[in-house]
Design a protein around this ligand. Structure first.
Ligand SMILES: *Cc1c(COP(=O)(O)O)cnc(C)c1O
Length: 746
């Protein structure tokens, strides 16, 4: 293996003798003669670039500062500094070989806590530079070998060995692309390694994802240990597929399932596919439209029984729900005390499924203790196994679609591997994309050891520093009677460092969250999920005089290269992943300043949002502040914020099971009903308003008058302000306006 990373040599040049410096230079020359990349740095610059340097080195050689002529306190200070530096490398990178290089006299006096962290001490004058260089190179190679987890290592080896293949994919390691001009552009863009590594599942060296054997299985076992699960399975079609696999391995037709009303649509699809009877856990909402937690009382046996009793589709009222599923980390970043839920529902429900699409990082930091599904050192459930599905690609370093299923079984084992595997096969392609699997493998490996805690800790720190910076700007601008954006969350305080867990708990009565019925200790906001609020609407749902609707800011930011995760009426949602950097959030703040300036100066859209103005010429000449004011007035007049919150607070009547509604759809007993005539009709499709992008009515449910009213307001707003009125997925444009496919009732 050639060394991809350099050997880093770190020398405080102000503190080495001419002789020692010459020895260091000879070593660097020897390494370079062997073709080994090196990086020779002065200590101060090494400290500045520390994160990158300490992680992306194949070996680090620290040159021991020269002993003072008169031994004393000053000399020991230098060694203390060196010890600190070495320890800070170790905290981020436990395995990189570290050598000390210096004079023997000094080496004899090295403190024990320094020696404990390193590979060895090299006497600068004892061996030839060539010999020392070879020793370092061997160590570096061995180190790099150990870094790659089994599947990724096998895939790289296979791709590098360049076997001629007679199997699919048909592009044959990329060569097919080279036979056409456009194909050559594709080849050049993605590069040869990626295409060589795109192989099919008949390559035995790589094991079988679908059968969980060979290197893939070894990597899955490794990842299971890293995430604290009994079993872990890589999935290549996203958590959408992970969810269906879990459900299809557990739930049968007619089973009762207990489901978060604000679940992802893949869970609703799972309900349709399995033919389950859903009863819903209902979250609260605050008036800013933020989805609040499901209250603790919803998980009680009494509440569940009452829902079973009230449901006309359930004939056996003593039935035990087969599965519970909640969105662990809601779309606004609220997480539940999973330890408490496990305890409450153990034995009351067949299996517990936490949809942790947004929470794969929680296992790696003390901050999330008890607030995620699977924790190695927590009490095992007695009878109900715990499943989690996680989108590796959403917060960790997975490629799109990288996902994983985690299981921690109950004391009384329930897992039936053969059935689970059939469900796995039912939903996965027989040609999985190996680059996605490799990214599952690598992102799990990145989280192993102290790396995971450091990465999550860094992301938490960046998120609170962003929040603090926004708070400081707000305080300053408020003093000047100016407006600024808010950030939903507790006061992050003036203190430095990691967030304080207690502050992030949603406690009853705390003003910041705006929820009226929260339970102490039951829920917490994940600081990494940042809801930015624009002026115009308070958390209590009161419209203010001055307002800037969120969709306008989203459109502005998109035009300037900032794409947000989702938009509310007066809010935007941003995600601090492990990939976030100070530079990135500082640029965002700079962009917010420019937006503020555009508003304050009422710059015409054609100047501050030229591309948007070109696609919507009706706004081109309009000042951005004038447009914001008109939009705000229109939302306010209609009390649109409360309207769009209220539609979620009433649970519609279930006239047909979701699965039955789907069957009706496929047999064609549906008609498109105009919005005006929708009240009381049974929808056969999912209706999902954007913002906020949460399913509102599920197939088989009757559409209430309040939903019709909302759809009409939305239509009216979109007519008045094209591009800003919002839209609802599921509606179909007809010759006389929008319609919803509804079930034909006899
Ligand atoms: C995104 C998401 C999913 C689906 O995950 P993909 O990896 O995009 O398929 C499932 N559940 C929740 C809660 C999600 O947010």
């Amino acid at each position: 293996m050639t060394l991809t990373f350099p050997v880093s040599i770190i020398e405080d040049r102000s503190r080495t003798s001419a002789a020692l410096s010459a020895a260091v230079r000879s070593l660097v020359e020897a390494l370079e003669r062997h073709g080994t990349p090196t990086e020779h740095l002065d200590t101060p610059s090494a400290i500045q670039g520390s994160s990158r340097l300490f992680i992306q080195s194949s070996t680090i050689v620290f040159v021991i500062p020269q002993r003072d002529l008169a031994p004393g306190a000053a000399a020991d200070d230098r060694l203390d500094e060196l010890t600190e530096l070495v320890q800070s490398v170790r905290a981020k990178n436990p395995y990189v070989p570290i050598y000390l290089f210096g004079e023997l006299l000094t080496a004899r006096r090295l403190p024990d806590d320094l020696l404990a962290e390193i590979e060895g001490v090299i006497n600068a004058y004892e061996d030839t530079p060539d010999f020392v260089a070879r020793t370092i190179e061997r160590q570096a190679r061995e180190h790099l070998e150990t870094l790659t987890p089994p599947f990724f290592r096998a895939l790289m080896k296979y791709a590098n060995d360049a076997a001629y293949s007679w199997h699919c994919p048909g592009h044959n390691g990329g060569t097919a692309f080279l036979k056409s001009p456009v194909g050559s552009i594709f080849h050049g863009f993605f590069g040869e390694p990626m295409l060589r590594a795109d192989v099919c599942s008949s390559v035995e060296d790589l094991g079988q994802l679908l059968g969980h054997s060979g290197p893939v299985a070894e990597s899955e076992r490794r990842a299971a240990r890293t995430f604290g699960a009994d079993r872990l399975f890589f999935v290549t079609n996203g958590t959408s597929t992970s969810n269906k696999i879990i459900w299809n391995s557990i739930v049968a037709e007619g089973d009762v399932v207990l489901v978060d009303r604000n679940c992802h649509k893949s869970i609703l699809h799972a309900i349709m596919i399995t033919g389950a009877i859903p009863i819903y856990l209902n979250p609260t909402r605050n008036r800013a439209g933020i989805i609040g937690p499901i209250p603790r009382s919803e998980f009680s046996r009494e509440s569940i029984q009452a829902k079973i009793d009230a449901n006309p589709f359930i004939t056996d009222k003593s039935v035990k729900p087969r599965l519970m599923c909640i969105t662990q980390s809601t779309y606004d970043g609220i997480v539940y005390n999973a330890a408490e839920i496990r305890e409450m529902l153990d034995g009351e429900v067949g299996a517990l499924h936490f949809d942790e699409a947004w929470l794969p990082h929680a296992a790696f930091h003390e901050f999330y203790r008890d607030m995620h599904a699977i924790e190695q050192d927590s009490k095992r459930t007695m009878r109900s196994p715990v499943y989690a599905s996680q989108s590796t690609h959403k917060l960790l370093a997975g490629l799109s679609q990288a996902s994983q299923i985690l299981l921690r079984d109950a004391e009384e084992p329930t897992f039936r591997e053969s059935i689970f595997n059939e469900a796995f096969l039912m939903h996965t392609s027989t040609s999985p994309q190996y680059a996605i699997i490799a990214s599952c493998d690598v992102s799990a490996e990145m989280m192993a050891g102290p790396g995971g805690e450091a990465l999550v800790g860094d992301a938490l720190l960046e998120a609170v520093e962003f929040r603090r910076a926004m708070g400081r700007i707000q305080a300053e601008l408020t003093r000047q009677d100016q407006w600024w954006f808010g950030v939903w969350g507790p006061e992050s305080g003036p203190h430095d460092g990691l967030p304080d867990r207690a502050e992030w708990s949603l406690t009853p009565g705390a003003a910041w969250h705006g929820f009226h019925n929260v339970d102490d200790g039951f829920t917490m906001l994940d600081p990494l999920k940042v809801t930015l609020t624009t002026p115009g609407l308070t958390v209590n749902g009161e419209f203010e005089e001055f307002g800037i609707p969120g969709p306008l800011l989203t459109a502005y930011l998109a035009e300037h290269g900032v794409v947000v995760e989702k938009t509310g009426l007066y809010s935007l949602f941003l995600l601090f992943t492990i990939g976030v950097t100070k530079g990135r959030w500082n640029s965002l703040i700079a962009e917010l300043h420019r937006f503020k300036h555009a508003i304050d100066a009422n710059i015409p859209l054609e100047d501050c949002m030229p591309r948007f103005a070109a696609s919507r010429p009706q706004y081109a000449q309009e000042g951005i502040a004038d447009l914001a004011a008109k939009l705000h007035a229109a939302y306010r007049e209609r009390d649109y914020a409360n309207l769009s919150t209220d539609i979620y607070l009433r649970e519609p009547e279930m006239a047909l099971l979701p699965g039955q509604a789907w069957n009706t759809m496929t047999t064609g007993k549906v008609e498109n009903v105009p919005v005006d005539e929708l009240a009381g009709r049974i929808t056969s499709v999912l209706l999902t308003p954007y913002p906020p992008g949460i399913p509102l009515v599920v197939p088989g449910e009757r559409i209430g008058a309040h939903v019709v009213n909302y759809l009409k307001q939305e239509e009216e707003l979109e007519r008045l302000f094209p591009g800003f009125g919002g839209h609802t997925h599921g509606l179909v444009d007809g010759p006389n306006g929008r319609t919803v496919p509804c079930i034909v009732e006899d």
